[in-house]
Design a protein around this ligand. Structure first.
Ligand code: ADP
Ligand code: MN
Length: 166
């Protein structure tokens, strides 16, 4: 039993995962592991291969499984179920997401595929296939007010968890 929870924050690119993770990390002191960034730093020039994924998961295991960690990734089925006490699926309105991804330089198929994936709730479905429904929290993240509310919701969830597992 972990006295501190580990939390996955997932969702389509652009929904605000990294921004939210940084705020939650600042509020809790839990380290934030940005898996895409770790993959980039790991010199993944040829993209995401099976061998690298195994290496990355081995590296994350001792950081995440003991508890008190925040993981940031635009997918959720690659992680072991036992790692997480809470899975936050962040979502955004499709026009908001379109604007954010355009501002990031996404165009054409890359842009439309991601917006469509958000409309189809692909990551939410993936979360439901990979984790128990009780630990999945689906949060809207269109505005700064919602972002603040989401930090509050997650911080309160962590406080409750710590009371129960003290
Ligand atoms: P992700 O990590 O999911 O790809 P980011 O955290 O990088 O998303 O956010 C994408 C962009 O959207 C950034 O420019 C960020 O400042 C902005 N953003 C994120 N969340 C919000 C929000 N709740 N309200 C307004 N802008 C946001
Ligand atoms: Mn990010």
């Amino acid at each position: 039993m972990r006295s501190q929870p580990s939390i996955l924050i997932t969702g389509t690119p652009g929904v605000g995962k990294t921004t939210l993770c940084e705020l939650v990390s600042a509020a809790t002191g839990y380290p934030h592991y940005n898996v895409s960034q770790m993959a980039k730093d790991g010199n993944m020039l040829d993209g995401w291969d099976e061998e690298y994924q195994t290496h990355l998961l081995d590296e994350l295991e001792p950081l995440v499984h003991p508890g008190g960690a925040i993981v940031d990734y635009h997918g959720c089925e690659l992680f072991p179920k036992r790692w997480f006490d809470l899975v936050v699926v962040l979502c955004a309105d499709n026009t908001v997401l379109y604007d954010r991804l355009s501002a990031r330089g996404y165009t054409g198929k890359k842009l439309s595929d991601n917006v469509e994936s958000e409309i189809m709730q692909v990551i939410l479905q993936e979360a439901h296939e990979s984790y128990d429904a009780e630990i999945i929290l689906h949060l809207e993240n269109d505005t700064t007010e919602q972002m603040e509310q989401n930090v509050q919701t997650i911080s309160e969830w962590i406080a409750q968890y710590k009371l129960k597992h003290a």
